[in-house]
Structure formats: structure tokens, C-alpha cells
Design a binder for this molecule. Structure first.
Ligand SMILES: Cc1cc2nc3c(=O)[nH]c(=O)nc-3n(C[C@H](O)[C@H](O)[C@H](O)COP(=O)(O)OP(=O)(O)OC[C@H]3O[C@@H](n4cnc5c(N)ncnc54)[C@H](O)[C@@H]3O)c2cc1C
Length: 503
């Protein structure tokens, strides 16, 4: 039974950033046989945000769903493989100056029990090795600049994400969508016409073209031209516990041996990313303008990169952190920065884009004769935003730095969600996160593995001396065996440079 009714037949997407072109490709692919007509309007004069170069494994699923092979898109987008993210200098606790957050893989099942056992024992006062890095293959691969693609006969599924040039990914997806029939209009939308019931009826461009539609997707970036400016859907700011609202971006040259991780280093008023692409390294400093001026942020980033004498130009950006109250309102769906943004610490924005698009598709497909379940869709999307926010907020409130007001203020911040308080409570009480999160029905975008890595990676443990001698465990895990297992597995992987050549 065809699901695309007349209310979705003529679909108009406003915005040709990564969000707009992901949406165009996904919806066209899914509904092409049902006669959907898609028009995408973008203004070359406004341009795209031009950042967003790291992904989670969700982007791989997106390319796989569309049948796009890595050899087709990666070389065109200067893309590299990503095993996860290294967090450097977030914690001052001895032995915890950095840790790695891996993408969870099938193989981790062989070491994760040992990791959980030791973090559990360590929380209850046992003096055991409980830093995440030694337990995960991805951490080992990243340390040695190995790619995540194993030899053909490797009997496990390894998850990974990518780094890429955001502009080139947009170009690639645009070419593909236009080649398959998406109509592309390069013009600026200067007016939005609404019907008497408040629905959007058409968009007027600066070239005088009137573009009517049945349904509109707002991918217009932070301004949210349709969802926020026209339909007045309120914006819920996350600024009370995510202070960063600005970024400064500076590229540097690629080195010979391309890395296979994002590095996120805490600086004085935020953190700097380092993202290896094939032709350059993307760097940026995400900071709070309440604590630091753009000039000081640029200077600090230049000093961090050894570029104080360089004339490479920096680009400054503002960020609006939070989400709209409703992502689907009237005949409009917001996707990408227009629907909201959580700062890029865990590179989750395109993950949210893909999940929003495919949830929308499923919600429309699932309807019977009644309206699709918009409320359910909006609730799920808000939950996704909020559970990612919790995970990001935890990075800040758990920091143990004392060098600036920024870090002290973050550490003192008590404005955290009830869910986050419950997760931290479970950890501090020395209970097992997996079972307790399940028992308390805590839904999080992040698995207990990720929570364990974050909390253990920060060294968020009680002092061993302060615990009474009733801890349940001594070190029953032979760490040499864990090390040996990971070392043997890693022999199946090529260097990032070679992995990229195999495509
Ligand atoms: C500092 C920073 C770092 C980030 N890092 C990451 C990361 O590592 N990983 C990740 O997943 N995400 C990251 N993001 C988010 C990521 O950049 C965005 O989610 C992604 O690029 C999608 O953006 P977008 O398409 O929604 O908006 P944009 O790229 O801003 O595109 C908006 C589009 O709308 C068009 N438009 C706007 N108004 C009009 C108009 N009136 N008429 C016609 N066209 C119009 C513009 O021309 C443009 O084509 C980061 C964001 C920032 C700010």
C-alpha cells in the first residue's frame, strides 16, 4: 500500500548543507517508487556552516543503506577511518591524563567483562587496573595509527566512523541526489507563504521563483528559517549546563602517518579537536565566549598548534546549543542545525540527522488510516537530544581541572538532569551500570560501555585508602592476558595509510 499520500508528494527541502543532502538522498531512495518529487533550495550566498568533519558509525550505516561503497565516496571526500576519540587533559587525577572512547564492537565482548569487573572492583576500593584504554582494541589501533578495517578472514564485526571534508561530502551527496532526480534550486528564500491553517504553502526566492510544496523540510542551519522564524516553534537552550557557544577553526598540514582517531584536548576555556583527513588536519577550539574573547581563543589555539607565527587564517563561528521544542510541526520537519545542536565533543550531529530522517520515514510508513504519530516522533527525537546532552554534560561536571573559572564553574554546576544524576549515583554507589540502567529504565543514546569508559577514563573513583577493607575483589583479571589478546587481534589490521589504499 503506498504510504506517501498527497500531503508528502511535493517535498521541498530548504538548505543544502550536509543535513539537506542527507535528507534528500534518504527520502528519495525510500519513496522514489511512490512518486515523491523533491526540490532542494540552497543559497550559495549564505553557504554552509563548513564544519562537521567527524562521525560515529551511524554514517557508515547511512552509506551502506544507500548502497554507496567506501571506494566511491571516501577518496572524493578526503575521508579517513575513525576508531573513536581520545580525550586529553580533561582529568588531573594521576594516571588519568587521557583516555580513549572507542566505538563498541563485537570483539569488545571478549574484554569488556574484564573491564566491567575491574571498574566495579575499583569503585569498591580494590587496587586493580581500571583505566579503559588497555581493554579495547580500538584504543590500541588508534595508538598505533592502524585503521579499523581488518583482513577479510577476521571473524568479528568491527565498528568505526569516519573523518571527512564536510563540504566535499555535501558535494558528493548533491551530485548523487541531483543525478537521481532531485531538483536543485540555487537561490535565496526571501519570503515564506502560509495557508490559512498556518501550514507552509510556498517559498519565494530572490530570483522571483515561487516554489510550492505539500511538505517542507527545514535544513536551513542555525537560523531555522521555517521551523523557528516562520512557525515560531520555541527553542530550548542547553546553555545552563553546556557553556560553549563559539568556535575558532584552523587547518594544519597532514603528517606522513595519518592518525585514526579524533583527539579532543581540554584547553583553558573549552577544548580543541584534531581531525585527520587525507590532505590536512582539521583543528578547532570550542569555547565559551562568557569566559574568553575570540582573540584570546585564537591565540590559545595557535599556541596549542605551534602556529603563533603562522599567517594561516582562522575562521570564527557562533553556535546555538539546544533544540527546538517540536521537530515536526504542521507540515514542516526540521533536520540538522535548524532542529538543534549539542556541541561537537562526541561528533553526534550527523548521527542525530540520520536518526531523525529515518525515524520520520518509519513514522510515516507506519501509519494506517490515521495521521502519523507526530507526538511520538517528537518525544523520541527530544529524548535522543537529551540523552546525548547528558553524556556531554558529564564530561564537564566531572572535570577535575582547577586552572580557570571556566573549569571550576563547570565542576560546580549542579544544573543537571535527573537521568544524569541517577547514572552518576549508580556509579558512585558501586553498582553495575548495565543492570541498574536497565532496572531503572534509563534510556540513553550511550551504552553502559560508553558510560563506563567516560567515568573510568576520568578516574572518577574513590580514593583507595578511604574505603574500608570490605572490598569484594582482588585483582582476578590477568592484565597480561588482556594485553596479549588485543595485541594478537591487532595483527590483523593495516596502518591507516594502507587501509585507505585498499579501498
Ligand atoms: C564548530 C562545529 C563543529 C562541528 N563538528 C561536528 C562533527 O565533528 N561531527 C558532526 O556530526 N557534526 C559537527 N558539527 C555539526 C555539523 O556541522 C552540522 O550538523 C552539519 O554540517 C549539518 O549542518 P546543516 O546542513 O544543518 O546546516 P548548514 O551547513 O548551515 O546548511 C544550511 C543550508 O541552508 C541554506 N540556507 C539558509 N537559509 C537559506 C535561505 N534563506 N535561502 C536559501 N538557502 C538557505 C544555506 O545556504 C545552507 O545550504 C559541528 C558544528 C560546529 C558549529
Amino acid at each position: 500500500m503506498p504510504r506517501v499520500g498527497k500531503e508528502l508528494r511535493r517535498l521541498v527541502i530548504l538548505g543544502g548543507g550536509t543535513a539537506g543532502w542527507i535528507t534528500a538522498n534518504a527520502m528519495l531512495e525510500h519513496w522514489r517508487d511512490q512518486g515523491i518529487e523533491i526540490t532542494l533550495i540552497e543559497s550559495p550566498a549564505i553557504g554552509t556552516v563548513g564544519v562537521g568533519e567527524g562521525s560515529t558509525p551511524r554514517l557508515k550505516l547511512f552509506f551502506d543503506t544507500l548502497g554507496i561503497s567506501e571506494s566511491e565516496w571516501m577518496p572524493r571526500c578526503n575521508a579517513t577511518y575513525k576508531n573513536g576519540i581520545s580525550f586529553v587533559d580533561w582529568s588531573t587525577r594521576p594516571g588519568f591524563a587521557s583516555y580513549f572512547h572507542p566505538f563498541a564492537s563485537q570483539l569488545d565482548q571478549h574484554t569488556i567483562t574484564a573491564f566491567y569487573f575491574n571498574t566495579y572492583a575499583r569503585r569498591r576500593g580494590a587496587d586493580v587496573h581500571a583505566h579503559p584504554d588497555r581493554f579495547f582494541l580500538a584504543a590500541h589501533l588508534s595508538k598505533h595509527r592502524l585503521g579499523p578495517r581488518p583482513n577479510e578472514n577476521f571473524p568479528f564485526v568491527v565498528e568505526y566512523g569516519y573523518h571527512f571534508d564536510a563540504g566535499l561530502v555535501g558535494e558528493f551527496l548533491k551530485e548523487r541526489a541531483v543525478g537521481r532526480g532531485v531538483k536543485h534550486v540555487a537561490a535565496k528564500v526571501v519570503d515564506v507563504n502560509q495557508s490559512s491553517n498556518g501550514d507552509i504553502a510556498s517559498l519565494l526566492t530572490d530570483t522571483g521563483e515561487l516554489i510550492p510544496g505539500d511538505f517542507f523540510v527545514d535544513c536551513s542551519g542555525f537560523r531555522g528559517t521555517l521551523i523557528q522564524e516562520t512557525l515560531n516553534v520555541p527553542f530550548v537552550s542547553f546553555s545552563e549546563n553546556l557553556f560553549n557557544d563559539s568556535a575558532v577553526v584552523l587547518p594544519t598540514e597532514q603528517v606522513d602517518h595519518i592518525g585514526s582517531q579524533t583527539v579532543s584536548t581540554a584547553l583553558k576555556y573549552g577544548w580543541a579537536w584534531e581531525i585527520p583527513l587525507t590532505h590536512r588536519i582539521g583543528n578547532g577550539y570550542v569555547y565559551s565566549s562568557s569566559f574568553c574573547s575570540p582573540d584570546s581563543a585564537e591565540n590559545e589555539l595557535r599556541a596549542h598548534l605551534g602556529l603563533l607565527e603562522s599567517d594561516v587564517e582562522a575562521r570564527h563561528l557562533k553556535m546555538k546549543v539546544g533544540r527546538v521544542e517540536k521537530h515536526w510541526y504542521k507540515n514542516c520537519l526540521a533536520i540538522g542545525l535548524s532542529q538543534g545542536f549539542i556541541e561537537p565533543l562526541e561528533a553526534t550531529a550527523l548521527n542525530l540527522v540520520c536518526n531523525t530522517v529515518y525515524d520520520f520515514i518509519q513514522t510515516v510508513d507506519a501509519r494506517e488510516d490515521t495521521d502519523p504519530d507526530r507526538d511520538g516522533f517528537n518525544t523520541r527525537t527530544n529524548e535522543r537530544f537529551e540523552s546525548i546532552r547528558d553524556y556531554i554534560v558529564a564530561h564537564y561536571i566531572l572535570n577535575s581541572r582547577d586552572d580557570t573559572d571556566y573549569w571550576r564553574e563547570n565542576g560546580r554546576n549542579k544544573r543537571v538532569s535527573e537521568t544524569l544524576q541517577r547514572i552518576l549515583g549508580i556509579w558512585t554507589a558501586g553498582q553495575g551500570l548495565s543492570q541498574e540502567m536497565e532496572r531503572q529504565q534509563i534510556r540513553s543514546s550511550y551504552t553502559p560501555m560508553s558510560w563506563n569508559c567516560l567515568l573510568a577514563g576520568y578516574g572518577h573513583y574513590p580514593d583507595i585508602q578511604s574505603i574500608a577493607n570490605d572490598h569484594p575483589a582482588t585483582d582476578k583479571i590477568d592484565m597480561n592476558e588482556v594485553d596479549e589478546f588485543i595485541r594478537r587481534c591487532s595483527l590483523n589490521f593495516a596502518s591507516q595509510n594502507n587501509a585507505l589504499r585498499f579501498q
